[in-house]
Structure formats: structure tokens, C-alpha cells
Design a protein around this ligand. Structure first.
Ligand SMILES: Cc1ncc(COP(=O)(O)O)c(C=O)c1O
Length: 381
């Protein structure tokens, strides 16, 4: 049996949606589907506005530009994240200040963040890991209000997740999501920024379109002289992807339910096989409770023999990933900038985490096979 790390959940309606735009032969850029997708995304997430981008990374970059984060500013971020979270801070000339995480939700830890606040701190940007939620997000929100610091959520991996009924993306002043191919809503590439702030929303649209006002579908057919009012980029999402997004969003509840069923099956089989203590999974018992809705973008276990386990699974044709196996502050680029080992929980978890295959079409037989192979490894080690 060959079990890939992820498989894209695609259906005939996705093919039809994309084909319709291709056949239309017009408005492949900034077509009406862009605005429709944005309205539907904002409605689903629970914010007033959503602006689409061509990646989660450009969405992060645009969000920081829109809030005027710049040279001399500090933004507190986790190091247990994808590199783009910290890189976006560097891209606007500010300094990422890495704080530690809690070992259960893998989210930024309040106490560690608190210690890092200085007079230069302009924002705190937690991530929601792997379809879960940063469990300290509410206290971080209170802290930001008290200290008059901005709160941004990097919710790239957690579309649809919630804590006590409040969805990822609605705690921060603004938040981003990614639609890269392994995410909950996979468009290949893409991202969005959500916010309730109209002025920020307007800035975001300028930034993604060369600093020129977008006038709906007429952006490309306008014949009048147009002006460029600020510095901008070309970070727009293509219409074809927005139409794929509209199609995927129609069945997002079903997609998430399927992911959660797979997560629950992993729990069940790991518990039943009696190895749940050797390959610890902090999610056990927490998926889809009233308090916490984890959308299982990844299913992460922890093992003291992680690298050997990963090699063993590979020998059994099972793809797994040490996600995030190299904390951002210990990558070459950041080490060269002078960052050093200072985050004990992050550094220890990075050596132990292993994400197993999970996707909506993963079969029960595949999950059993993965758990059987883990058990085989664990009994010999
Ligand atoms: C936490 C986090 N932030 C940002 C990104 C960047 O998103 P993208 O790959 O769409 O640029 C990712 C992508 O994996 C991510 O996991």
C-alpha cells in the first residue's frame, strides 16, 4: 500500500467551475468571481471583508504593509511555523522576535510572548497550527488591547477551526489564510486577508494591484487615464482560482467533516493498539468538542525516535513529514542574522513532531495500515 502525505480533494463540480471560466474566454483576471469568492469567504469566516491574493505569503506581506509595519518595529512570532510568517516581517524591514509555544496546541505561549514585549513591539502574530487553534489566542487578544499592540493571526492552516465557537481569523485586527494545495481549501496557490477594517481592506486592494484603484470588472478594459496612488505589486489571484474556490467553499463543511473523521480514526486506532503513549498525539479527545473545533489539516504525533520512525514509514511506502522539524530561528538565514537557540519547547518539539498522511479521501484501510506500521516500529524500539 502506498500512502501519500496528502491528496487534493477534487470533484467534477470543480472541473466544471474552472472550465466555465476558460470557455468564457474573458475576465481571466479580476473577473466577477473574485469578488464573489471574497464575499463568500468573509461570510464563512465571519469578518466584514476578505481580499484574495496569489499566495498566503503575499497576503502576509500585504497585511503588514497595510498596517505600516516598518524598519525599527518588532513583531512577535512563533518559530514553530512555516518560514513565511517570519519572512513577511523581514520583507517590510521590521524584526521578527521569536517567542515559544505551548506543547499542546503548538500555538504561541502567552508567558513567553509577554517577556518579549518592548517599546518597539507593534504586533503579535500567532499561527494556528495544522488545523487547530492557538489556545492562548483569547489572552493574547486581551494583552494586545491593553498594550495597544496589533494582533494578526496567521491562520494559513486553519480555515474553519474555532475556539469556543469563535472562528480562526476573527480574533485579530487582520488575519491571513493560505489556499496552497495541501490546505483545507486547496486551490494550488492562493491566499487571503480578512479584516473588519474598511480602510485596511481598501489599502489591501491597492497593494495587490500596483497601487491603482480596482474598478470591478473594468480594471483591464478601462480606457480612461488611470492613476497610481501608492506603491503596489501584482499579487492578484487569477479568476480561475477564485472560481475553483467558490466551488470548494460550497462543500467546505463536508470536507472538514471528512478530515475530522480521519483524525478521529487515527485517535481510535492509536489508542486501541496501545501505542498512544509512545507516539503521543496531543489532539486525542479534543477534535470537534464544544470548546475546540480542530479541522485536521495535519495529524501530528510526537516520537522520541522521530527520524527512525519516519525512515521506517518510508520503507513501508508511507509519506510523513517532520512539520516543523527545523524551527525558523535555526534556519541558515536566521542563524546568519544572529538568532540562536533560546526557545526550549519549540526546539524540543521540533525534534519529535511527525505529521501523518491525512486528507478527505484517506481510507480506513490506509489509516489502519499507517497505525499498524507505527505499532510494528514501536514494538521494536
Ligand atoms: C503557517 C503558514 N503561514 C504562511 C504560509 C504561506 O502560505 P503560502 O504557501 O500560500 O504562501 C503557510 C504555508 O504553508 C503556512 O503554513
Amino acid at each position: 500500500m502506498n500512502v501519500p502525505f496528502f491528496k487534493i480533494h477534487q470533484r467534477q463540480e470543480d472541473v466544471d467551475a474552472v472550465s466555465a471560466i476558460i470557455k468564457r474566454g474573458s475576465h481571466w483576471a479580476l473577473g466577477p468571481e473574485i469578488e464573489q469568492f471574497e464575499l463568500e469567504l468573509a461570510h464563512y469566516i465571519g469578518t466584514k471583508y476578505a481580499t484574495t491574493f496569489n499566495s498566503g505569503t503575499s497576503a502576509l506581506h500585504a497585511m503588514l504593509l497595510a498596517y505600516d509595519i516598518k524598519v525599527g518595529d518588532e513583531v512577535i512570532v512563533p518559530s514553530f511555523t512555516f518560514i513565511a510568517t517570519a519572512n513577511a516581517v523581514k520583507m517590510v524591514g521590521a524584526s521578527p522576535i521569536f517567542a515559544d509555544i505551548d506543547s499542546t496546541s503548538y500555538g504561541l505561549n502567552f508567558d513567553s510572548v509577554y517577556e518579549k514585549i518592548t517599546s518597539k513591539t507593534k504586533a503579535i502574530m500567532p499561527i494556528h497550527y495544522a488545523g487547530g487553534m492557538c489556545w492562548d489566542i483569547e489572552v493574547l487578544q486581551e494583552l494586545c488591547k491593553e498594550k495597544k499592540i496589533l494582533l494578526f493571526e496567521d491562520a494559513a492552516q486553519s480555515l474553519g477551526a474555532s475556539l469556543k465557537g469563535q472562528k480562526a481569523g476573527t480574533f485579530g485586527d487582520a488575519s491571513i489564510f493560505s489556499f496552497c494545495q495541501d490546505k483545507v481549501l486547496p486551490l494550488g496557490e492562493g491566499g487571503c486577508v480578512v479584516t473588519d477594517n474598511k480602510a485596511i481592506y481598501d489599502k489591501m486592494k491597492l497593494i495587490r494591484s500596483h497601487g491603482r484603484l480596482e474598478i470591478g470588472e473594468n480594471y483591464f478594459s478601462a480606457t480612461d487615464n488611470f492613476n497610481y496612488v501608492t506603491l503596489g505589486y501584482n499579487w492578484r489571484m487569477p479568476t480561475i482560482l477564485a472560481s475553483l474556490g467558490i466551488s470548494q467553499l460550497k462543500r467546505i463543511d463536508q470536507t472538514i467533516k471528512l478530515r475530522q473523521e480521519k483524525g478521529a480514526l487515527y485517535h481510535e486506532y492509536l489508542m486501541k493498539s496501545g501505542i498512544n503513549k509512545k507516539v503521543y498525539s496531543p489532539y486525542i479527545g479534543t477534535i470537534n468538542s464544544d470548546r475546540y473545533n480542530h479541522v485536521c489539516q495535519k495529524y501530528t504525533i510526537q516520537s522520541n525516535h522521530r527520524d527512525d520512525l519516519q525512515r521506517f514509514l518510508k520503507s513501508k511506502d508511507i509519506q510523513s513529514r517532520a512539520y516543523f522539524g527545523l524551527p525558523v530561528h535555526l534556519t541558515q538565514y536566521y542563524k546568519d542574522l544572529g538568532y540562536k537557540e533560546t526557545l526550549p519547547t519549540t526546539e524540543s518539539l521540533a525534534k519529535r513532531v511527525l505529521s501523518l498522511p491525512i486528507y478527505p479521501d484517506l481510507t480506513t484501510a490506509e489509516i489502519k495500515y499507517v497505525v499498524d506500521c507505527i505499532r510494528e516500529f514501536v514494538t521494536c524500539n
